[in-house]
Write a protein that binds this ligand. Structure first.
Ligand code: TMP
Length: 218
């Protein structure tokens, strides 16, 4: 089931996706919505604990998938689902299940049918109505990651081939559900990328949401 007030953003490490969270937040606030920003893995104390393990510990792939879905289940139960009950609230999550299909599925080789099973058992088949997938060539994402000067985590240290496969994984998600998954070319300047995000959101709002414009005082 897709929720119209649930939006996710996706992309490989270094795609620049998180830079556009304030743009999304502002657009929905201007339309009169309350906006909750969250992330995966994470979003609740338990899921943030699991995040540390997923991003830093070496573990079998099956365990990585299981921990990602345990974190997701907690995030859904404690934060996302209660927030979605209020139709004046928009939940924006920086990553969700498309990351699992891209990183653990296509890039690491975990069977997608098994991920499908977790989607039913741990995620209750809950999906956002809109997912923006930020895409850049791997060389650009690697340059951006190098510039941060931060010590790379387990995923950020993967080689370029891994990220090429992640991009394939995201493209598969776009093919599977083109109505939900929208491609954003984030190799452009930040102004051009912001324009694309605004256009996609404008279309989404027109087709899906009520405009809750606050009435101005005379
Ligand atoms: P980020 O919060 O900095 O975008 O990074 C989170 C990392 O976790 C990123 O490298 C992708 C990875 N990840 C997975 O491998 N599987 C998942 O299901 C999720 C949500 C994230």
């Amino acid at each position: 089931m897709k929720y119209k007030n649930f939006i996710t953003i996706e992309g490989i490490d270094g795609s620049g996706k998180s830079t556009y969270v304030p743009v999304l937040k502002q657009m929905f606030e201007d339309l009169g919505y309350n906006v909750i920003i969250t992330r995966e893995p994470g979003g609740t104390p338990y899921a943030e604990e699991l995040r540390k393990r997923i991003l830093n510990e070496k573990m079998p792939l099956s365990q990585e998938v299981e921990l990602a879905f345990l974190a997701r289940k907690d995030h859904l139960e404690k934060l996302i689902k209660p927030a979605l009950e209020d139709e004046k609230t928009i939940v924006i999550s920086d990553r969700y299940t498309d990351s699992t299909y891209a990183y653990q599925g296509v890039a690491s080789g975990y069977p997608s049918e098994k991920i499908d099973e977790f989607v039913i058992s741990h995620q209750n088949d809950i999906w956002p109505a809109l997912t923006l997938i930020f895409s850049v060539p791997v060389e650009v994402s690697q340059q951006r990651l190098n510039k941060t000067g931060k010590i790379p985590d387990k995923f950020e240290s993967k080689d370029p081939e891994f990220f090429l496969k992640c991009i394939d994984g995201y493209n598969e998600q776009i093919k599977k559900d083109p109505e939900r998954c929208k491609f954003v070319d984030s190799s452009k300047t930040s102004e051009q990328t912001t324009e694309q995000v605004k256009e996609l959101l404008k279309d989404f709002v027109e087709q899906n949401l009520l405009v809750r414009k606050k009435t101005r005082q005379p």
